[in-house]
Ligand binder design. Structure first.
Ligand code: ADP
Ligand code: MG
Length: 259
């Protein structure tokens, strides 16, 4: 493992309590600065993979190392601290609707204040400045005082990206971040996500169902089908036979496109 390796996943398997194996022997590692899109049809295991990485679901087998440390070896408290350094962007934004945009982004700073400050929502000047600069980075600072639930979908997702950035994350994970947005908007939000990830040098994993979006933005594509990695390479290396394997019977990414 090189010292640029932020994340190393080895033989990861996930079996849900009902016995369904959603991931089988998944291995890959992620270097500083990489922008990776994970593609696959619905049910392939993309969300399960991201949830395993940030500890939202327990893994069944294998290992996940972040900066050389096996996550399984951490105490519960250390796991919580680690999770606060992993930015997560959801398809449905997951903002607190009754709070302002600014307050939502400040919650990204929770890992940097003590418990009492967190309890009373007290964030000192450096945290407020950081939150504002994150909003500026995604061109949404003019909405800082709006209630989050008054924003459009594209604006909400920019705020969610700003909140993840405010965490000063080691890794950014985004689960279908633009699937709820119309196509034109989805490309501009993806472009902003890629821009900030590259500026910060934060390695980023983005689950994307749509192949064209993945090809447009990824440095590297990982293709998953039935819980297994079928492809790991550059967008240019993706050939039509591989795409047919990944997207078998997927009507929203019809195989006729790769013929
Ligand atoms: N909590 C769960 N219990 C049992 N099966 C699950 C659970 N969550 C997801 N699955 C199954 O695991 C598979 C992968 O799901 P998911 O990771 O959500 O795929 P994707 O994000 O690629 O659509 C699917 O077949 C799904 O039905
Ligand atoms: Mg999913």
């Amino acid at each position: 493992m090189s010292d640029q390796t932020l994340l190393a996943i080895q033989d990861l398997s996930k079996v849900y309590p009902n016995g369904y194996e959603a991931l089988a022997n998944v291995s890959f590692s992620v270097q500083a600065g990489e922008f990776i899109c994970i593609i696959g049809r619905s049910g392939a295991g993309k969300s399960t993979l991201l949830r395993c990485i940030n500890g939202l679901v327990p893994i069944t087998n294998g290992s996940i190392q972040v900066q050389g440390t096996d996550v399984a070896s951490l105490s519960d408290e250390q796991k919580l601290l680690l999770r606060r350094k992993i930015g997560f962007v959801f398809q449905e934004f997951n903002l607190v609707g009754r709070l302002s945009v600014f307050q939502n982004v400040l919650t990204g700073r929770l890992g940097y204040v003590n418990n009492l400050q967190a309890l009373f929502g007290y964030f000192g000047r450096e945290h407020r400045e950081k939150a504002l600069s994150c909003l500026e980075r995604v061109n949404i600072s003019h909405r800082a005082n709006y209630r989050a639930d008054n924003l459009s979908g594209g604006e909400k997702q920019r705020v969610a990206i700003a909140r993840a950035l405010a965490q000063e994350p080691l890794i950014l994970l985004a689960d279908e971040p633009v699937a709820s947005l119309d196509p034109e908007l989805s490309w501009s939000v993806m472009a902003d996500l890629r821009k900030v990830a590259k500026e910060e040098g934060v390695p980023t994993l983005v689950n994307i169902h749509d192949l064209d979006t993945a090809r447009q933005f990824a440095d590297r594509v990982i293709g998953i089908a039935e819980g297994k990695i079928l492809f790991d390479g550059t967008p240019a290396q993706l050939d039509s036979a591989t795409l047919r394997e990944i997207y078998r019977n997927d009507l929203s990414n019809p195989t006729s496109r790769y013929a």
